[in-house]
Design a protein around this ligand. Structure first.
Ligand SMILES: [Zn+2]
Ligand SMILES: [Zn+2]
Length: 264
């Protein structure tokens, strides 16, 4: 890579949660070049939605178009990486493994991720989460998040895992308050991190939480520090969904690398 630091997590309109008129590769590239930072386009890739939803950017094998569009730029710009934020489904591990087999060599960086284990109810949408909380007890939801995350890590499908405690994007003291019977201990997040260490999986230090009332990365600085001492390997992502997000996070990304003592 051309520059010292990399933002491993930016989304363009190739991601299903971004509008048709959303940012494209070039919009980020211009800024990244000026600010001297490498970027990895970590687009959402959800098997379930890609198969069913014609409006999903990757519907109908469009992944080949994505890679083609990317390859055209890669020749010119030596500071960009292709990537996917690949949704984990506990009942589709074989297909995910096959997907990795097919694409791991063609795509620079793939991160495993968990947003939606009950279809149509991603816990990273505040509105959907509220609907979900009418059906499932909060305690159960948090327990399920940690249990399925454990399965995702232990499946060994992924070499990189995104935002390990993103269940707290909205469930926290500053937003939707956790109920008394919920186990929200740091120990749970630390244990997921330790499982990553044990399985030689890189952990994301995801800065998106700084844009929400929780106002901290996923995982928190304190947890990242503890995991670092236990020899965790991190990568840093802004999880930008707009060029404004990206621009605002560049110095934070660079500082995060310094804080985490990452020199690659
Ligand atoms: Zn995500
Ligand atoms: Zn993301």
């Amino acid at each position: 890579m051309k520059f010292k630091y990399t933002d491993y997590h930016v989304h363009t309109k190739w991601s299903s949660d971004i509008q048709e008129n959303g940012p494209v590769f070039d919009d980020y590239i211009k800024i990244a070049e000026a600010e001297e930072i490498n970027i990895c386009f970590l687009e959402h890739y959800e098997l379930y939605s890609i198969e069913r939803d014609k409006s999903n950017p990757f519907y109908n094998d469009k992944i080949d178009d994505y890679l083609e569009e990317f390859d055209d730029l890669k020749g010119t710009y030596k500071f960009i990486l292709s990537g996917l934020e690949l949704e984990y489904y506990r009942d589709r591990e074989i297909e995910l493994l096959e997907f990795m087999d097919d694409y791991e060599k063609e795509i620079d960086f793939i991160g495993g991720t968990l947003h939606e284990w009950i279809y149509h109810y991603p816990i990273t949408s505040r509105a959907k989460l509220l609907q979900l909380l009418e059906k499932v007890q909060m305690r159960q939801l948090i327990d399920d998040y940690f249990e399925i995350s454990r399965m995702m890590i232990e499946s060994k499908i992924f070499k990189n895992i995104c935002h390990i405690d993103t269940i707290y994007r909205y469930i926290n003291e500053h937003d939707i308050k956790p109920l008394e019977d919920c186990d929200i201990s740091d120990e749970r997040v630390l244990n997921l991190g330790r499982l990553c260490i044990k399985n030689k999986i890189n952990i994301e230090y995801n800065l998106s939480g700084l844009r929400f009332p929780i106002n901290r990365p996923f995982p928190s600085k304190e947890i990242a520090k503890k995991l670092k001492k236990e020899r965790a390997r991190f990568f840093v992502g802004s999880d930008s969904h707009s060029v404004e997000n990206f621009q605002e996070n560049i110095s934070k990304v660079k500082n995060a690398y310094k804080f985490l003592g990452i020199t690659y």
